[in-house]
Unconditional design. Structure first.
Length: 79
């Protein structure tokens, strides 16, 4: 791979493919039981909040046909 594939405005970007690191990153630390439970509870709380907002919000988004019928019946009684 001696040639560049396409022109690059910065030389260091084009030469960056030549240099590869041989240093491996350290292994990830395992989560403790407390951290795992805490993350799970936070996730469940977020999901429960979204589901609750949908449950309480959906009736507000529905058209109020019952309210229209009630208004019509009241108007009809007033005649």
């Amino acid at each position: 791979m001696s040639g560049r594939r396409e022109p690059v405005p910065f030389a260091f970007v084009a030469e960056g493919e030549r240099f590869r690191s041989n240093v491996t990153p350290p292994p990830r630390e395992r989560l403790s039981a407390t951290q795992l439970v805490a993350r799970t509870l936070v996730g469940l709380t977020v999901v429960a909040g979204l589901v609750g907002s949908l449950l309480f919000g959906m009736p507000a988004l529905q058209p109020h046909k019952a309210a229209e019928k009630a208004q019509q019946s009241e108007a009809a009684e007033g005649r």
